[in-house]
Design a protein around this ligand. Structure first.
Ligand code: HEM
Length: 329
């Protein structure tokens, strides 16, 4: 992650006067996800998947009108092409595993192909494809948006910028002569992660989640009959003045373990059985990227009053994808 962040910033940011943050970060998080989950490193292949996934994911929340020209039709077509490509990758990977069962299983796809249940059965191809696609779809846009929003808030809140820089500079100092971040360095990024958490409390990347009542429930004076759908709005919960006395004040210290935070009141990753399984992966990715970014660049918004909206209902996105003027350090 550290090396990939470094090379991405060197190749796509360095020397540029202006960049559109969301677009670039999304390409980075996608490249990293497809490497971690599918073991793909070839840049042409990554771009192929990137374009196809863009079309595919647009269809997830589109009207299901399967007619040439519609978003849904294009997404279905991209889905078929992606599955075909995935099938051929799975076949090649299986062959490699048969030739040498001890090859390093560093990506999720290879691990799933090698996984057996208690009776010695392997996972079916459909299951594997669904799982890998689920991870990719769940990972790259959410993390890209979180990084983009964090950059936007960092620039708008200079009072916190300095203490985050102090934390990151101290980590860089202590690392020497080692150049690559290690696990302990990440654990020291407490202020930076509190800041990201406060960004996610103020602007949850995912607006909310659905649940279905599997039995009749009585909650306070409300009866929720079995089968009803329940929508948990993160925005409402995370700005509830009962738990956050000053809900609109941006205050990362809430997350610094001083007892201010009531459990399950800030839930940008969901909760319970279906809590986001990528939470720790996201933390790692976001912190590693921010560390590299802060070492090399400063930035200024090109559209100072840019709004953050939820155009496809689910995910928060700055309306202009956060264009900035970049200053190389
Ligand atoms: C800042 C980044 C992220 C945010 C804000 C986020 C948020 C969420 C939320 C709110 C849910 C629904 C949880 C629930 O129903 O209780 C979810 C589910 C999920 N996320 Fe994430 N996520 C992020 C990153 C990731 C990453 C990096 C991955 C992959 C490694 C990932 C994979 C998934 C998957 C597979 C699910 C579905 C889990 C299930 O239904 O059982 N997410 N995420």
């Amino acid at each position: 992650m550290d090396n990939m962040s470094h090379f991405h910033l060197e190749n796509h940011w360095k020397g540029k006067r202006e960049v559109i943050v969301y677009d670039l970060v999304k390409l980075f998080t996608f490249s990293l996800s497809i490497r971690a989950f599918m073991g793909i490193v070839d840049s042409d292949k990554i771009l192929y998947f990137y374009e196809k996934f863009k079309i595919f994911t647009r269809g997830l929340l589109a009207m299901d009108i399967n007619f040439p020209g519609t978003t849904f039709y294009k997404a279905m077509k991209a889905g078929i092409e992606l599955r075909k490509e995935m099938k051929s990758i799975i076949e090649q990977r299986r062959e490699k595993l048969q030739e040498n069962p001890n090859i390093p299983k560093v990506d999720v796809l290879t691990q799933l192909l090698d996984e057996q249940d208690g009776d010695g059965n392997y996972m079916s191809e459909v299951e594997i494809v669904d799982k890998v696609f689920g991870f990719i779809i769940g990972s790259y846009d959410t993390t890209a948006i979180t990084i983009t929003l964090t950059m936007k808030y960092l620039q708008e809140k200079p009072e916190f910028f300095n203490e985050i820089m102090e934390e990151q500079n101290e980590i860089s100092r202590q690392m020497k002569p080692r150049k690559v971040l290690c696990w302990d360095d990440i654990q020291k990024m407490r202020k930076t992660w509190s800041f990201v958490n406060e960004v996610l409390r103020n602007k949850p990347v995912v607006q909310g989640i659905f649940r279905e009542a599997i039995e009749d429930i009585t909650y306070e004076d409300f009866v929720i009959p079995k089968g009803w759908k329940i929508y948990l709005s993160f925005g409402a919960t995370q700005k509830n003045s009962e738990y956050f006395p000053n809900p609109n004040k941006f205050d990362p210290s809430i997350f610094e373990g001083n007892g201010q935070l009531v459990p399950y009141t800030s839930v940008p990753f969901g909760g319970g059985h279906r809590i986001c399984p990528g939470k720790e992966f996201a933390r790692l990715l976001i912190l590693v990227f921010l560390h590299n970014l802060l070492k090399k660049f400063r930035w200024k918004a090109k559209v100072p009053s840019e709004k953050i909206l939820y155009p496809f209902f689910l995910l928060a996105i700055p309306t202009d994808r956060y264009p900035v003027t970049l200053y190389n350090l």
